[in-house]
Design a protein around this ligand. Sequence first.
Ligand code: NAI
Ligand code: AKG
Length: 427
Amino acid sequence: MNALVATSRNFKQAAKLLGLDSKLEKSLLIPFREIKVECTIPKDDGTLASFVGFRVQHDNARGPMKGGIRYHHEVDPDEVNALAQLMTWKTAVANIPYGGAKGGIGCSPGELSCSELERLTRVFTQKIHDLIGIHTDVPAPDMGTNPQTMAWILDEYSKFHGYSPAVVTGKPVVTTDSYWELMPLIEVSDLGGSLGREAATGRGVLFATEALLAEYGKSIKDQRFVIQGFGNVGSWAAQLISAAGGKVIAVSDVTGAIKNNKGLNIEKLLKHSVENRGIRGFSGGESIDPSSLLTEDCDVLIPAALGGVINRENANDIMAKFIIEAANHPTDPEADEILSKKGVVILPDIYANSGGVTVSYFEWVQNIQGFMWDEEKVNAELKTYMTRGFKDVKEMCRAHNCDLRMGAFTLGVNRVARATVLRGWEA
Ligand SMILES: NC(=O)C1=CN([C@@H]2O[C@H](COP(=O)(O)OP(=O)(O)OC[C@H]3O[C@@H](n4cnc5c(N)ncnc54)[C@H](O)[C@@H]3O)[C@@H](O)[C@H]2O)C=CC1
Ligand SMILES: O=C(O)CCC(=O)C(=O)O
């Protein structure tokens, strides 16, 4: 199902549960602003290449719009629109003072050189610089982008507006021995990146999973995990779950899938993945068909890659008892219905992966204050936000007699609706 249709369907169901005024419902659904820009860059061989970039600013009732920028060949306007809408509900669920936005460029980042990526990022920033800003719209990394991308955006934006580190989050934090061998091994944040942001989405997934499992009298230790995606979110989730005693028995990425029923050695897998640009060929497990990964026998399934991967085609075959949505909109509403009948418990994206944007908020706050927190403080605050978020979602489940997805949607939509009305919206 189209991502925008699926997301809007969930929103409408939540609006119905909340008894939202129909005009307010319509106004909340329509994005504040949709930007589409053409980005032409010279390639390294001198030829020109054109790409289309998008930024959808969905809602700003609760504060500046916030959300990542994705570089992927499947980026399209409907998907960016859906992802921007999800950010609006997600920041409200996390109870951080933001609205929602998302951006993307239709490109294959793996096929572009580093200097081509830099030129593309700079041209995109030139096209949108007057529509983003510390108090209007604050981008961050998503699939296919990373802290270096954020540093280029910061630099290009600063040429127009003066040095403004809070205009993007997810900025680099560098371990010094990688560029200055005489210094002791410490993490430095020369451009205002927050300690803990790189791991934050995966760490948030760990905290969210712990909170959910505790409801069922279980802990990470006694569970078998399968993770789709081994990029920023998937690899950090795998490391932290493994460190907490969970058994990660299968992992996939765009290069392939591997399985080891005794538990994969995540540290070695990470090293292999960095050295070989993917997990394919890892000797610590057997190679399996990536299309069977989601239906492997496990306790907890963590999709941490693309949207729409759990759908009516495979939902019936899913064997996990819990699904933690680390990716954005990995589950189609049709699959939701099938899985609910099977008794599978789904922890929805707008809560489960909110650790990333929560630490982005901490980064923005630190930049505005000109002050840096240590990593222990970042992680402790993140835990507080994730734990409180889970309780708030559960409260809405009780109030509306609904599942966790609708608990999270009603929580987020209600907070945004309340802010909209308080600011003086008239029916
Ligand atoms: N980076 C962040 O802070 C946040 C990311 N997310 C979501 O998490 C998901 C992953 O994002 P990142 O880890 O940042 O991206 P990333 O670009 O760092 O990693 C993506 C991973 O997915 C894998 N992948 C791509 N296509 C695949 C396929 N067909 N089958 C299996 N694996 C595939 C890639 O090989 C890579 O391992 C996305 O849905 C993103 O929107 C959500 C919240 C925050
Ligand atoms: O860190 C952020 O601001 C946004 C992260 C993001 O794009 C997401 O949560 O999907």
